[in-house]
Design a protein around this ligand. Structure first.
Ligand SMILES: [Zn+2]
Ligand SMILES: [Zn+2]
Ligand SMILES: [Zn+2]
Ligand SMILES: [Zn+2]
Length: 452
């Protein structure tokens, strides 16, 4: 792995004109994990730490993505016949199909000979090659795009970068995950001539796919009326280590620029941190997420406090008869804690409370985005308190959802009461963030300034 100094040199080259002549940060070895970003002097709350463009950008190609989006300029394409005119089978607008930006990847995809999804759809002789097995079953009727070949595009783009940029990708950490090989195999199945026997190429591709899966962000990008998520590798943003209540906030300016600011005061020498989870998730939810996706157990101050700074984001109602108290996990930093009532002190096994938490989660999530905002508000205010403490993160997230829906353009009309509820929810969430010591985090800015 590259030394912090070598990584810093490559990051400087990548930042180019966005590099501050006297940056308030530096890259160094981190006590948290590998390398991290550190303050070279005191950084005040709200101060910009750095800005960076993506080293590489591509479609997320997730389930539910809008696939008829140009992979170069991201504009929404027609519902039919939106593939590249040069038969690379990528969704590309007419203008971009002959652009410099698309040329190399277009030629490479053509060389790999994409399988014709339309023809394969009726061909049952070779079931391994049918596009259903490539994970695009939903899109069969209307959309001849294979999400797996679309997803490999960002990795392919790395091969066409400048050597210094490729060196930067290679200097980044990659988790070792068997799933990444599966991703490549599925992509390879979309082509007749994928170079699967070229071992050096396949090894490099595996490494790049690992780097992307470990480090890439999903950055929202608004194009006119439609908003899409792009998959972007922002190397310096990715070097920041995780803290559940981080001291820096980041947001993506239309998918093209990551802006990182101090959410709180950061003393000289302090490590600049970000969060890999949602800030309002409960201890246990974050713990499970980090273990599953990043394979580590967080040891931050918040993770060591089972009241979570008195926010009780995990709290569920006590199951003991007649008790109206709340139960919270007894132990921290474990995936299977016991739970104890803060009133009657009854202890419950995790399995029982996990079932109860899942019930609350499913009941509430089944209502989100179904029906009107007015119905959601009634549900949150009248129904939820019967089975879920108001501090529980699932209920908090439902309120956040109402705020988002009411802040976006909508045809729904809201009365005085609805607007009051929205304001109350906002105040509650800002107070929660305050308790967590989150400072000027991105979520607070989104709520108070309504940047959406
Ligand atoms: Zn385009
Ligand atoms: Zn093309
Ligand atoms: Zn933590
Ligand atoms: Zn109790």
């Amino acid at each position: 792995m590259a030394t912090p100094a070598e990584l810093a040199r490559l990051v400087d080259l990548h930042l180019s004109d966005l590099r501050d002549p006297e940056p308030n940060w530096t890259i160094g070895p981190s006590p948290m994990a590998g390398r991290g970003v550190f303050a070279t002097r005191d950084i005040q709350q709200g101060e910009i730490i750095f800005r960076e463009r993506p080293l590489v950008l591509g479609p997320t190609a997730r389930k539910g993505s809008i696939l008829n989006t140009c992979v170069c300029c991201h504009k929404l394409l027609a519902v039919k016949d939106f593939l590249c005119k040069n038969n690379c089978t990528l969704p590309v607008c007419d203008k971009c199909s002959n652009s410099e930006q698309h040329r190399s990847e277009c030629q490479l995809f053509q060389q790999w000979k994409p399988k014709d999804l339309q023809i394969n759809a009726g061909n049952n002789n070779n079931s391994n090659n049918s596009h259903a097995s490539n994970g695009n079953k939903d899109g069969d009727d209307c959309c001849p795009v294979n999400t797996m070949s679309l997803r490999i595009l960002t990795a392919v783009r790395v091969f066409f970068l400048h050597p210094d940029q490729i060196a930067l990708v290679e200097a980044m950490q990659a988790n070792d995950d068997k799933g990444y090989r599966g991703e490549i195999i599925k992509a390879a199945q979309c082509f007749r001539n994928f170079p699967t026997t070229d071992k050096p190429f396949m090894d490099r591709l595996f490494r790049v796919v690992g780097v992307l899966n470990t480090n890439a962000f999903e950055a929202p990008c608004r194009m006119g009326d439609h908003e899409i998520l792009l998959r972007g590798l922002f190397p310096l943003t990715a070097v920041m280590n995780h803290e559940c209540t981080p001291n820096a906030s980041h947001y993506f300016d239309n998918g093209r620029l990551a802006v990182v600011r101090a959410a709180r005061f950061i003393p000289q020498g302090g490590e600049v941190t970000t969060t890999y989870t949602k800030i309002l998730w409960s201890n246990l939810t974050r713990c499970i997420f980090l273990k599953m996706t990043k394979n580590f157990m967080c040891d931050c101050v918040r993770c060591n406090d089972n009241t979570e700074n008195g926010t009780y984001l995990s709290a569920l109602f006590c199951r003991a008869q007649g008790c109206k108290g709340i139960v919270i996990p007894v132990q921290t930093k474990t995936l299977q804690p016991d739970w104890r009532c803060t009133t009657c002190e009854s202890v419950f096994p995790h399995s029982k409370m996990a079932r109860y938490q899942d019930f609350a989660l499913n009941t509430i999530n089944n209502r989100i985005n179904k029906g009107s905002v007015a119905e959601m508000i009634t549900f949150i205010n009248d129904m939820c308190p019967r089975f879920c403490p108001s501090s529980n993160y699932v209920l908090v997230e439902a309120k956040l959802n109402v705020i988002w829906r009411m802040s976006r353009p909508t045809t729904e009309e809201f009365n005085e009461d609805h607007l009051k509820c929205k304001e109350r929810y906002k105040e509650e969430i800002v107070a929660l963030l305050e308790k967590l010591g989150a400072g000027d985090c991105t979520l607070k800015k989104l709520i108070t300034e309504e940047i959406l």
